[in-house]
Write a protein that binds this ligand. Structure first.
Ligand SMILES: [Zn+2]
Ligand SMILES: [Zn+2]
Length: 397
């Protein structure tokens, strides 16, 4: 838009949190009134709560409040830092500023000795003035990031472009809505090198789980698809159900025939902590299981995680080289940020998968990346940042 310079959504949205409340948008503009006028007239706006020369609050999607603030160019970095939060992170920064003889406000850093205000157009300049390396928004939770920034040992966070493939998608062989070819071509457009088709196993009957003979057929059809496809490799796989008794839904000799085995709990989620922990660990210990899918079973705002001993499960995963999934589906996002960080610290490999059931859903990976970044994950912590040959070597066989 004309006259609009910077514009960014701040707050928990910018920090990549799994759910967000109000959305704060910050901008700089040469003629703020015109930007505010255009903002309140956007088609998504259902109600205008307040409006002034440099700001406005509106409601979209019935309940979501969006606040726009147009701020001065010279203090954009300071204001953006302030409105990005978190509150806890900002408390730490204000204390650090005081320790160094400054007071930090929403708009400026003020030198206490002479009252001089320092303005920063870029956040990087503010962090630098406080003696800190630039802290990416996803880390701003007062969870050790200030100490790490002081010591210049912040992680180099994984980025979406680091992903080389997706190891958990469904096709129309089970409950997916698209063919192997359609999904593969969409994955190729995303720049991936490989995509693994992990359709359901027989116990998950409502999701079209494949009988063993059908899985054998699917393996043949994956091989045929690789003959005709160029620029992307399709991998055979399964999302094998971890049954209520802890056994897997296919025999080992069949699991040995596919490239990627994701094992997931879908049923019996009401079992005791001991039972579910036992199920997960026995799946992890299976020599053919590569990844535990959506490891906690929670559905955001809908269903709690089932009860299990996370520590024991992560220990087993570390010991056996089994990866834990960050399921990027927006209502799942498990393992979450806190557990993924614990997993990393224990040496567990992670894998971000879309669990897509149609081509458009392959795009949810960005939400998984948010979780990974909030968990301090780097490229080397993830299985699907490996190139195809390295990946095939890393998978259990
Ligand atoms: Zn599943
Ligand atoms: Zn799935």
């Amino acid at each position: 838009m004309e006259g609009l310079e910077h514009i960014t959504a701040a707050g928990s949205y910018r920090r990549g949190k799994e759910t967000v409340g109000d959305i704060d948008i910050l901008a700089t503009a040469s003629r703020p009134e015109e930007i505010v006028a255009a903002f309140v007239k956007m088609p998504q706006v259902e109600e205008v709560l307040a409006r002034g020369p440099t700001k406005a609050s509106v409601i979209v999607r019935e309940t979501v409040q969006v606040d726009l603030r147009i701020v001065e160019h010279k203090s954009y970095g300071t204001v953006l830092q302030y409105f990005t939060g978190s509150k806890e992170h900002n408390v730490r920064l204000r204390q650090l500023a005081l320790d160094r003889g400054y007071s930090l406000s929403e708009y400026s850093l003020t030198r206490l000795a002479d009252g001089k205000d320092l303005f920063f157009e870029r956040e990087e300049e503010l962090y630098e003035a406080l003696g800190l390396a630039y802290i990416p928004p996803e880390l701003r939770e007062d969870a050790g990031e200030v100490e790490a920034a002081l010591q210049r040992r912040l992680p180099k966070l994984v980025e979406i472009g680091d992903l080389r493939g997706d190891l958990h998608v469904h096709s129309d062989w089970s409950d997916g809505r698209s063919t192997i070819q359609e999904m593969a071509l969409a994955a190729k457009l995303l720049g991936y090198e490989y995509i693994a088709f992990c359709d359901h196993s027989p116990s998950v009957g409502i999701a079209g789980g494949l009988a063993p003979e059908k899985l054998e057929k699917k393996i043949e059809s994956i091989a045929a698809a690789n003959e005709s496809l160029e620029g992307i490799t399709v991998l055979s796989g399964t999302e094998v159900d971890i049954k209520a008794d802890g056994k897997l839904d296919y025999p080992d000799d069949l699991l040995a025939k596919v490239d990627v085995v994701v094992a997931s709990v879908h049923m019996g989620q009401q079992q005791t902590e001991r039972e579910i922990t036992g199920r997960l660990i026995s799946a992890i210990e299976n020599e053919f299981v590569d990844i535990i899918g959506h490891p906690t079973g929670r559905i955001i705002n809908q269903r709690e995680a089932y009860e299990f001993d996370m520590q024991a499960v992560l220990e087993a995963a570390a010991r056996t080289g089994t990866a834990m999934e960050i399921n990027a589906y927006p209502s799942r996002l498990d393992l979450n940020d806190v557990n993924s960080r614990a997993a990393k610290e224990m040496g567990v490999k992670m894998c971000i998968n879309s669990d897509a059931h149609e081509p458009l859903q392959l795009g949810v990976m960005k939400y998984g990346i948010n979780v990974a970044r909030r968990a301090w994950l780097e490229k080397a912590d993830l299985l699907n940042t490996l190139g195809l040959q390295e990946l095939l070597r890393a998978l259990k066989k």
